[in-house]
Ligand binder design. Structure first.
Ligand code: ADP
Length: 401
């Protein structure tokens, strides 16, 4: 049985095809980029070769037509007819409190994605466009939506409520939702497997540090606290997002700089974080090089970044009553030994001791990078959100018979 996983962004569609015959395995993957621009690009890699070309692609529906063309390519494709794709799993960013599980996409689910688009204006409309296009291109498949917010629906009230008048929660559903849930769930499960202990017994702090970044406190497999909030702007310092600030800054920037609310909102999302602090780049690789060359602005930005993660780890150890494991994942978390080292420096008093040699090459050490004496195990685990979506799609396909 074959399933397709789609991650539809505003101008791109990332796709992977999986085959399930007992074990689930990836057959092919690719991306359609720059949809709606003058020149768009299609890239595909299958078991019998690659396809790459440029052309003009105006919409997600057209883009998916190109995905289908690559998948059915007589020479390099992996299917001969669209009906061979039995399920399509869609990644959706914001499901609000309407969905707490992967679901089959029906009208009600589409309405929920539309309703919460106001809180994820860059993501939800694109996700929905992808779903609607895929339903046309793969009409026989079961379409499943897996939400970034769903895993965090187990947060207790004291963790998800903001201390503003309660009526705004009732009126607008203003609360913490949290994101990256698919990734937090996956790496927590993998950590339990790697440690050889039941997930139900473990207290795990998962650090998803990519372009966007968030932490989750996972107790017995359930998310009980997370750093992103109503939107993905809250919490950690990110590539271009500020993360936590005193909300008064919003007010004073409007007054002092004569900015509109929209302009300050854009500034906090697009021109802040590592980019805003350093004035150089949002990319940890670039900043690391510059820091090593003696650039103080780059070093300062990375120190602020690491300090924020450290502070959250301490807070989440308190929330969990201690921790059995800390997991690092995503672009920065998986690849930057330096950031892991800066984040965990000085936490010996909390039972966290990094082994610097293992930290330099986690895969060579079974993904555990803490020293043997460390009470809290530290792991580096590559995330795989697409695999989770594929599994969930298969699970729903099976349960529908
Ligand atoms: P996204 O949130 O876009 O999925 P990723 O998880 O791919 O992001 O993370 C992208 C970020 O990861 C980049 O901006 C870069 O800062 C960081 N990154 C990737 N590779 C490395 C590396 N080798 N060393 C340090 N940082 C890295």
């Amino acid at each position: 049985m074959k399933v397709l996983v789609l991650n539809s962004g505003s101008s791109s569609i990332k796709f992977r095809v999986y085959e399930a015959q007992g074990e689930i395995r990836e057959l092919a993957r690719g991306i359609v980029e720059r949809i709606g621009e003058e020149i768009s690009r299609v890239r595909y890699r299958g078991p019998r070769g690659e396809i790459e070309y440029e052309t003009r692609i105006a919409s997600h529906e057209e883009g998916l037509g190109h995905v289908l063309k690559a998948l059915t390519d007589p020479e390099k494709g992996v299917i001969s007819d669209p009906s061979e794709i039995r399920g399509v799993g869609h990644r959706v960013v914001h499901g609000g409190d309407a969905v707490s599980q992967p679901v089959v996409v029906d009208e009600e689910v589409e309405a929920a994605i539309e309703r919460f688009a106001v809180m994820a204006p860059l993501h939800n409309p694109a996700n929905l466009a992808g779903i609607r296009a895929a339903k046309k291109v793969f009409p026989d498949a079961l379409h499943v939506a897996v939400f970034d917010t769903a895993f965090h629906q187990t947060l207790p009230e004291e963790a998800y409520l903001y201390a503003i008048p309660y009526e705004y929660y009732e009126k607008y559903r203003v609360r913490r939702y949290g994101f990256h849930g698919i990734s937090h769930m996956y790496v927590a499960e993998r950590a339990a497997e790697i440690l050889g202990r039941p997930l139900e017994e473990l207290r795990i702090i998962t650090c998803h540090l990519g372009n966007g970044a968030s932490l989750a406190a996972v107790k017995g497999g359930r998310s009980v606290e997370t750093s992103m909030g109503l939107t993905p702007l809250e919490g950690l310092v990110m590539g271009t997002r500020s993360g936590d600030i005193d909300p008064s800054i919003f007010y004073f920037l409007m007054k002092w700089e004569g900015l509109s609310a929209d302009e300050v909102y854009t500034l906090l999302n697009k021109r802040s974080g590592l980019l805003g602090l350093s004035g150089i780049s949002n990319d940890v690789r670039v900043l690391t090089e510059r820091m090593e060359a003696g650039d103080e602005a780059a070093a300062r930005a990375l120190r602020v970044y690491a300090h924020r993660v450290k502070k959250y780890i301490g807070a989440y150890m308190a929330v969990l009553g201690g921790a059995d494991a800390i997991v690092f994942t995503a672009g920065v978390g998986e690849n930057s030994a330096l950031m892991r080292s800066m984040i965990l420096e000085g936490l010996e008093g909390l039972g966290i001791v990094l082994d610097e040699e293992k930290n330099r090459d986690p895969a060579a050490h079974g993904y555990v990078v803490s020293s043997d004496s460390s009470q809290v195990k530290v792991l580096v685990i590559p995330t795989n959100e697409e695999l989770v979506i594929a599994r969930e799609t298969l699970r729903l396909l099976k349960s529908k018979g």
